[in-house]
Design a protein around this ligand. Sequence first.
Ligand code: NAD
Length: 290
Amino acid sequence: MARQIGFIGLGMMGAPMAANLLAGGFEVIGFDVRPENAKDLQGKPGFTLAPTLETLGGLSTIILMVPNSKIVDSLLWEQGLAELLARGGCLIDMSSSEPIKSQANAEKLRELGPAFIDAPVSGGVKRARDGSLAIMMGGEAEAVKGAMPVFEAMGKTLVHVGSAGAGHAVKALNNYVSASGLLAVCEALTAAEKFGIDPHIANKVFSASTGKNNTTDNKVEQFMLNGAFNSGFSLSLMRKDLDTALAFIQAVGSPDTFANSCTEVWRAADGGLPQPADHTAMYAYVHGKK
Ligand code: NAD
């Protein structure tokens, strides 16, 4: 595995992930359309900020951590990234992209030479910083095995879930499960409050009971009831993940009743809240506190 890694997309997640690659002994050549997002990486030993995408030419490992599949496809097929990668190299898409598009990207890249791994992450900014992300990989076993030292520098739970696109499928489905749990908590706390129950107390009970989930334990007190709404994961990215999950569920012909209603509420909140909004601001939307 090459020690030099190209890293495109140095935002809320990408910057701390790149910092962990540096801490793990890799050299990182970073690129972002907003170079100011790399300010915390500038000056760190082993980090270089690429002035243009072309500067990444010839690298054998390039990681993407950009907002969505549309940007991934534009970088690969319109801006020339596919041609820039070394023939025997590997493109690792760690963004939360669309599984069916990733499957197609893997096939098109294979014809050109480089391997493709989809390796989306879960755990948010906190776990991106402390290097304990969950990373779910899709792709050929040999490529995934070769990239393992890269994943080990950024994550703790590393699971090869299947062929190309499988990582992105599991990620979208995970976020659907997470977003539906968050929405249920928002509606439950709002109803409790309308009945005169202190929402802090209601959440304490959920947390110690069967209603416990990631939102009751890690979001309600930390980002929601205090009105901070600053977890670092935007509402529009969560809405995008729900659109991806719903489209995937429908594409494979699986039941979608609940996914449909849940996605509808997230789309309405994305359109109804002042932007940019954090995904935890769903509580403000449900509560009518815009
Ligand atoms: P972000 O918006 O903070 O960062 C994205 C970065 O990509 C920005 O710095 C942006 O300037 C850059 N970018 C956009 N287009 C580009 C292009 N064409 N070339 C180069 N750089 C470009 O988003 P984020 O929160 O870091 O999320 C990144 C990905 O990770 C998304 O797919 C998101 O769904 C996923 N994700 C986010 C979280 C989270 O908690 N924030 C958790 C898990 C997964």
